[in-house]
Unconditional design. Structure first.
Length: 226
């Protein structure tokens, strides 16, 4: 049978410190998910962002749980996830224009740091124009400008939990070093090219992203199985 990929976003139902939420996910949720034997399992946990950042990073804790399973019913993954907060769920189609070669143990945090972006497309834009702007335009621009170690696109195929926000894209970008993401000169291709590249990126994302709904998070990545 073919694999399908499911992505769940978990947000705490109450205000809790980020470190406490991360502890609960790792200590309570991960063992239960692994016990259910997914084909593959990856976790992204939001980190506390710096006070000042060129990227508008959200501060509210969040976990992105990515599960691969055999095609068919999506299963009852919701129950363990719901114990930690409010859950949104999506079936997605993954593509990886740039990948790293993993040489660290399974389950250990991925070196470096990640940028998780959730977004919906511009109102009134059809699917063909959206994908042309995102996959054909923005992806090569990002890979040209930013020092991205791994770039993963997840196109939302369907919502699998009623009431989930209508995201169209879930993007995971990973960087070898924290400064590659959080230092503006390094993130935008060098001090001399920083300002023009910032303008290029800002203008480009307006072509396909509904900016009021854009969410960006500083994250750690944990490849837990597969």
């Amino acid at each position: 049978m073919n694999e399908i990929k499911l992505q769940y976003i978990v947000r705490p139902a109450e205000l809790v410190p980020g470190d406490r939420f991360r502890e609960r996910v790792l200590e309570l949720l991960v063992p239960e998910l692994l016990a259910r034997a997914p084909r593959r399992l990856t976790l992204h946990l939001s980190l506390d962002p710096p006070q000042l950042s060129v990227i508008p990073l959200r501060r509210r804790p969040l976990a992105l749980v990515s599960i691969w399973q055999e095609s068919g019913p999506t299963g009852d993954w919701f129950l363990p996830l719901s114990r930690l907060g409010r859950v949104s769920g999506y079936r997605v189609v993954e593509s990886v224009p740039r990948d790293y070669e993993r040489d660290w143990p399974e389950g250990s945090p991925t070196p470096g740091v990640g940028l998780l972006t959730l977004f919906s497309r511009r109102p009134g834009q059809d699917q063909e124009a959206f994908l042309r702007a995102w996959h054909g335009g923005h992806t090569p621009l990002s890979l040209e400008i930013h020092p991205i170690w791994r770039y993963e696109r997840n196109l939302v195929e369907s919502v699998i939990l009623e009431g989930s926000p209508p995201h169209d894209g879930i993007v995971e970008e990973h960087f070898r070093q924290r400064e590659d993401l959080l230092s503006p000169p390094r993130f935008f291709g060098g001090a001399a090219r920083m300002l023009p590249n910032m303008i290029r990126v800002a203008l480009d994302i307006r072509r396909f992203i509904h900016l009021p709904g854009l969410e960006s998070y500083l994250v750690s990545e944990h490849r837990l199985r597969g």
